[in-house]
Design a protein around this ligand. Structure first.
Ligand code: UDX
Length: 492
């Protein structure tokens, strides 16, 4: 594989010769040794997409690269600004994002992403230019950008800064996203007129997607706010890797080997599967909400593998009816549960005011409800027995990395792909197919926590956890790709 300089770039890298010389077996140089050798610090600029599930892996990658001697500058939107005090080793620069209150509160993720890409180009360029002018001796070695923040690519190119694309979702999700426009062009999906999601949800939803086993049409990464035109706009732009020097994935070979092979055929850039990133560097939390650590004291009182952890991530929301179904399903399962109810995640309420009457009394000490949990710590707790999740990619990776089987209730987009893979490919989870209903919830939770089915999944999940650990350890695939990534950036 060869990476030559893209038009307008100062950097010429022949990755083929560099990769051939790599045996992947030696330890990475530490930051101080590198500084001594280089006689200066190389500055990397990171631009995360402003959602929790994107900020976390970007800052985790930043922490890792910082530990290898790079200086890290994070440019970010005002909306969902990361907290600089959690990463005092980084420099943070907020930029104007021009988002309206309506765009922020609408819940329309697609429109939100398109708005950021449309709004932020000038302010990002201005900020990068200022950073370069302020410290001309500390030039920017490379920009690392979230794939969904595609406007950054043109700016980096104009300023002759090499760029690396970080993909924070699964490879399989990206393959499925690229398949949607192709399915449309072949007439499998009729447009326009109705949203993509409605069509997929209501018609041939259970039919298999051609050449995409085991995905069904209903598992395609669409959302109820998508229209085909908007969807295509995002997909086309986010998949444009013309000037990227590399594509970095928060995944690992043992989870997505065949998808990685396919993606390498589709995209002519070096591909680095370096995840799960949260396991690589004991990075500080980059939570946008305050973590309630009191739940750890509650977990300490529970027996091993007995608790079901429930969290639907940082974006998904539910209705009052769904809240009541979840509450009674959990209570009637008679299994201890730790439930994250994010403020504002239940339509029409601030927090838990809409929980059904009598529920809190019914659960007594058997349940713990928090606004936001220290999720990584929770999942690695000995009391954890299962994770009822929306299957965001970070939650999925965090669960698999700790050997915790999952109950999957995806809400939108990539979550549907991950849910299918958890239940049908990695075989470490159960998918709740229907609308949230208390009887089904009770049965599924008991199946996971009490029945033999759950035990079998727990054993499989532990096995997968070991494979992930091997990929992260010396000589493993993620370990080697991390080394290669550092070497590549050193060549810029
Ligand atoms: C979003 C999209 O919804 C998801 O589909 C995509 O894969 C990533 O971007 P989100 O819904 O927040 O992410 O889900 P996820 O990817 O699971 O990220 C949530 C992060 O928040 C995880 O790292 C998790 O550890 C953290 N978290 C969640 C907490 O720290 N505490 C909590 O209580 C809940």
């Amino acid at each position: 594989m060869e990476v030559t300089a893209r038009k307008g770039m100062k950097v010429f890298v022949n990755v083929a010769s560099w990769m051939d010389g790599w045996n992947g077996s030696h330890d990475m140089e530490n930051g101080n040794e590198r500084r001594e050798r280089e006689g200066g610090v190389k500055r990397l600029v990171l631009f995360p997409c402003p959602y929790q599930g994107h900020i976390n892996p970007m800052l985790q990658l930043g922490s890792f690269l910082h530990s290898k001697g790079f200086s890290i500058t994070v440019i970010h939107t005002q909306f969902n600004s990361p907290n600089p005090s959690t990463h005092p080793e980084f420099t943070f620069f907020p930029i104007q994002d021009g988002l309206t209150a309506e765009e922020i509160s609408s819940g329309n993720v697609l429109a939100f992403l398109l708005a950021i890409n449309a709004n932020c180009k000038a302010s990002f360029r201005q900020c990068l230019t200022q950073v370069m002018e302020q410290e001309p001796d500390n030039k920017i070695t490379c920009a690392i950008r979230d794939d969904l923040m595609y406007f950054t690519e043109a700016v980096a190119k104009d300023l002759n800064i090499p760029n690396i694309m970080l993909r924070t979702s699964s490879v399989t999700n990206v393959l499925a996203r690229t398949a949607v426009p192709q399915l449309h062009s072949k007439g499998h999906i009729p447009f326009p007129g109705i949203t993509l999601h409605c069509w997929i949800a209501n018609s041939q939803s259970l039919n298999p997607v051609p050449d995409f086993h085991p995905l069904r049409f209903k598992d395609l990464p669409t959302s109820n706010f998508d229209t085909f035109e908007k969807y295509s706009e995002l997909v086309v732009n986010a998949f444009d890797v013309r000037t990227a020097s590399a594509m970095v994935w928060n995944t690992t070979d043992c989870l997505e080997q065949s998808s990685l092979a396919q993606i390498q055929q589709q995209f002519p850039v070096p591909i680095f599967s370096i995840g799960p990133l949260h396991k690589i560097e004991a990075a500080a939390s980059s939570s946008l909400l305050e973590e309630d650590t009191s739940c750890i004291a509650w977990l300490l009182k529970q027996s091993n593998n007995s608790v079901i952890y429930v969290s639907l991530g940082s974006v998904a929301s539910i209705s009052e009816i769904e809240l009541a179904q979840m509450a009674w399903g959990l209570a009637n399962s008679k299994q201890p549960f730790l439930w994250v109810i994010r403020p504002g995640s239940v339509s029409g309420s601030e927090w838990i005011e809409l929980l059904p009457q009598g529920f809190i009394e019914a659960i007594g000490e058997g349940g713990c409800i928090v606004k936001w949990a220290p999720q990584r710590e929770v999942l690695s707790h000995r009391a954890m027995g299962g994770f009822w999740s929306h299957c965001g990619w970070n939650s999925t990776l965090e669960s698999l990395s700790e050997g915790i089987p999952m109950i999957c209730t995806p809400s939108f987009g990539d979550q549907k792909v991950h849910s299918r893979y958890v239940s049908q490919v990695w075989n470490v989870g159960m998918h709740m197919d229907n609308e949230l209903e208390r009887g089904e919830i009770e049965r599924t939770v008991r199946k996971m926590m009490v029945d033999a089915d759950g035990e079998v999944m727990r054993v499989r999940a532990k096995d997968l956890k070991e494979k992930i650990e091997v990929s992260l350890s010396n000589g493993g695939s993620s370990y080697n790709f991390l080394n290669k990534l550092v070497e590549l950036i050193m060549l810029f």
